[in-house]
Design a protein around this ligand. Sequence first.
Ligand SMILES: Nc1ncnc2c1ncn2[C@@H]1O[C@H](COP(=O)(O)OP(=O)(O)OP(=O)(O)O)[C@@H](O)[C@H]1O
Ligand SMILES: [Mg+2]
Length: 245
Amino acid sequence: MSIKIRNINKSFGNLNILKDISLDINSGEIISIIGPSGSGKSTLLRCLIDLEEIDSGTLEVFGDPLVCNNRNPEKKERLEILKKMGMVFQSFNLFPHKTAIENVIEPLIVVDKIKKEVAIKRAMKLLTMVGLEDRINNYPSTLSGGQQQRVAIARVLARNPKILLFDEPTSALDPETVKEVLTVIKSLKNTGITMIIVSHEMQFVKQVSDRVVFMDCGTILSCDTPDKIFNSAKNERISKFLNNF
Ligand SMILES: Nc1ncnc2c1ncn2[C@@H]1O[C@H](COP(=O)(O)OP(=O)(O)OP(=O)(O)O)[C@@H](O)[C@H]1O
Ligand SMILES: [Mg+2]
């Protein structure tokens, strides 16, 4: 199992945002999270990668506790666990004053202490994989949104994550470039990387996911195969949501 989530709760002030969430995610599994705005999807991802602290519950990554009923392991151990995870954000978050390839090698050199020549080789390979071999020296401002997001994906892949989290990776893109980013994400299926994807691209979610989680008001209303979720006419809340697409 790659991630075990047990009874996690998270509040902001007196607003209870995640309510007793539990979920097991298998190694190599692709899980999509869908649901209305404000249901807690981003908060859940941010808790998984330690950008938010949970109030109670347990989070385990490949059997190692990241948070265990509020008794956190030491920082060093947590960092080892977090090294296995990478996140792609809606807003790309590239360094504007660095070129595409510099963006990819920076964390390898600074954080992972990898030699520059090795980092460059790895970055070239990944930028080629995402179709940007002819854009490696471009600055983000000279790349389209879709190209910037592909640089961001190459950057996160360069660190060999076992788990990849995506928070609406295409919602800042114009419809024409959405596809090129989704194609790159699809190509990661069957690589063994576990992926957790928050997305409103329902066709994509249907095609790529092993299971789909439907969140509503801080709870998991349903977690099932795409077939079952997308044909869940029985569940009024889910079918009402899906009718918007
Ligand atoms: N740092 C914060 N401080 C206070 N409230 C927050 C914070 N982050 C999120 N919230 C609140 O938590 C709730 C869930 O937000 P979250 O961003 O997780 O929703 P979401 O499902 O990702 O929505 P969307 O589809 O719009 O991205 C919202 O009501 C939001 O206002
Ligand atoms: Mg969100």
